[in-house]
Design a protein around this ligand. Structure first.
Ligand SMILES: Cc1ncc(COP(=O)(O)O)c(C=O)c1O
Length: 482
């Protein structure tokens, strides 16, 4: 390294170190934390954070670390809110949980037991739903990659709704239906201007969606009963919801006028936010990285919640159809993150503390391998052992994987940590488990906390599990290392 670049590097470091405390004070976000009580957590002196009277630390001691904890009371509360009939309405929504979001059979079983169906996007998920005993009329099949075998199975079983992601899929549906002499209930996935497009759905703009419907209607083998729209881009405000639903409702009028088609089912997909989770804005991320400014916490009270979302959807659909003098369709919802996001937490332990020039690295036994979403979303982090101690130290919280990319929190102010402390990453119930990798470390156990009782839903992966599919590398008789 030249003398000049060494000088520039040192100067930059000094500027950052001088500016950090000034900027931290001057630009401190209004909200840097969501209180533990939001999730029903309590601080029991001497025990640290506890849920339903159970100390989180005791769960790690009993089941090992890292550990996923599913809070069943929170899950049931969310289901009830989705299924409730809004005040003054004749009916509510039918709910199909997006399997991809958190495909833990112990969680899915609870949802199904309460009347929630399955929204699936793959042959595996179809298999899983059937394996869990979900009735075919409680299954909606979406997604851009449907194997012919799974389409055959879905049509053969008579599932509730088979949605063509793109017009090209309709040919496959019609051919398989003809072979089986069945008439599947079909929808076409449409994409609006405000949501995901690309490989997902058939655009309303330019007439592609209308042409797909005309094509579907032309087949005597398909019973075109529904419309599917999933915004993709998260819905946090009323405006985001109403803009999306208005675009869909406008298209149902086009279908009525152009094709004489009145839909029985309006499937509005998922996308409702988890109120305590928010994508970290580029600016906030940079300020955190460079000047250790806290990442602002979202205000859950400012987000659309489940009850208001359901009420608005039903109100919009009912009043639209009432105005047009047509029968209101059944409304399907496919929540993922809003259903399970805030019902699960991930416990991890501090393995090592490494002192640096301007911060301390807290190396945990759980990193992006189990919590990929934390890279770019705000997820509240709690010090389980001493939650109320002053958060005065800046830590860079990293995981065990050998890459700088395994950074969960670049600069996080926390109470003083010591090795062996337990941390809780909140809102781990959406896209943590399915995006997890077994990169060097096996997957953690998953437990359910149910009325103060802990119950194992999935045991932790063993080293043997890691090589179970291999034809080589089995070494019977050798004990596993601790
Ligand atoms: C078709 C469909 N429905 C529902 C969902 C659930 O989305 P979210 O978790 O944002 O509610 C997804 C997720 O990608 C999806 O693709």
């Amino acid at each position: 390294m030249s003398l000049k670049s060494r000088f520039v590097g040192t100067a930059k470091r000094q500027v950052k170190q001088t500016l950090r405390p000034v900027l931290q004070r001057a630009m401190a976000p209004a909200r840097t934390q969501i209180p533990a009580s939001y999730w029903g957590l309590e601080h029991v002196p001497g025990q640290g954070l506890s849920l339903e009277g159970v100390a989180l630390k005791s769960l790690v001691e009993r089941f090992g670390s890292p550990l996923h904890v599913v809070h069943l009371a929170a899950l049931k509360r969310n289901v009830e809110r989705f299924l409730a009939v809004p005040q003054g309405r004749s009916g509510g929504c039918e709910v199909f949980y997006s399997y991809k979001t958190n495909p833990i059979p112990g969680v899915l079983e609870v949802l199904h037991g309460m009347g929630v169906g399955a929204e699936i996007i793959s042959a595996y998920e179809l298999w899983l739903a059937l394996r869990l005993g979900v009735a075919p009329e409680r299954i909606v099949y979406n997604g851009p990659v449907k194997s012919e075998a799974s389409v055959r199975e879905a049509i053969g079983r008579g599932i509730q709704l088979l949605a063509a992601n793109h017009a090209e899929e309709l040919g496959l549906f019609a051919r398989v239906a003809a072979e089986l002499n069945k008439r599947p209930r079909v929808a076409v996935r449409v994409s609006t201007d405000s949501g995901w497009a690309a490989q997902f759905g058939t655009p309303l703009a330019g007439g592609a969606a209308l042409r797909a419907y005309a094509q579907a209607r032309a087949s005597s083998h398909l019973d075109v009963v529904g419309l599917h729209a999933h915004r993709g881009a998260t819905i946090r405000t009323e405006g985001e919801l109403t803009g999306f639903v208005e675009a869909v409702l406008g298209f149902t009028d086009t279908l009525h006028q152009e094709l004489g088609l009145d839909l029985e089912v309006l499937d509005l997909g998922g996308s409702l936010c988890t109120p305590s989770v928010e994508h970290i804005a580029e600016r906030d991320w940079r300020l955190n990285l460079t000047f250790f400014r806290d990442v602002p916490a979202p205000d859950p009270a400012a987000s659309l919640d489940i009850s208001r979302y359901v009420a608005l959807v039903v109100e919009m659909v009912e009043s639209h159809y009432a105005k047009k003098g047509r029968a209101r369709p059944r409304i399907f919802l496919e929540p993922g993150r809003a259903m399970t996001g805030d019902t699960q937490l991930l416990l991890g332990s501090v393995h090592t503390l490494k002192a640096g020039e301007d911060r301390t690295w807290a190396v945990l036994d759980a990193g992006v391998n189990h919590a990929e979403c934390v890279r770019n979303e705000y997820h509240q982090l709690f010090h389980v052992d001493r939650p109320d101690a002053p958060a005065e130290r800046v830590y860079t919280v990293v995981g065990p994987i050998c890459t700088p990319g395994d950074t969960l929190y670049h600069a996080k102010r926390l109470p003083e940590l010591v090795e062996g402390d337990t941390l809780a990453i909140m809102d781990a119930g959406a896209y943590f488990v399915p995006f997890a990798t077994s990169f060097s470390y096996p997957q953690p156990a998953i437990i359910a906390l149910d009325g103060g009782e802990a119950r194992l839903l999935r045991r932790a992966e063993t080293f043997e599990d890691q090589v179970a599919l291999d034809t080589v590398a089995k070494s019977p008789g050798k004990p596993e290392a601790a």
